[in-house]
Design a binder for this molecule. Sequence first.
Ligand code: DQA
Length: 153
Amino acid sequence: MSLIPTNPVPKNLVYVLNGPNLNLLGTREPEIYGHDTLDDIAGQLEDRARELGLEIDMRQSNHEGHLVDWLHEAQAQAARAVILNAGAFTHTSIAIHDAIKSVRTPVIEVHLSSPHAREEFRHHSYVGRAARGTIAGFGALSYLLALEAAARF
Ligand code: DQA
């Protein structure tokens, strides 16, 4: 019997990836997205992650390719899950759709607002077609609910 595990030990790392304009949360259309900044949300996630025995790596970029690279990285790091708010790329990006399909790491789509209750152009989600599931419409709580899901994977 070998003492070296043959399967990689699943890590308790959860990537939280945020797309364009989410760096402006807090001042960006607060009537839609609320008053929490991305740092506020990161703090809430870190508190809950600690209770759940998870570690989070929270990032934001306004550039599509960064999100693609980070999805690949999440798999390379054997992350347990990715929580992804791709912002407007949700509705446009086949590259992000394909990246989600390309990795085995489960991806949870999140939105602060409820895109289906908004303009027609937000009703289609390329991310949602590839993600494990979607949580939308609960403001910062959407992220925390996604973390609860990730904890049960
Ligand atoms: C969003 C919804 C998207 O339609 C929009 O482009 C965003 C934010 C949300 O979290 O509600 O940038 O992803």
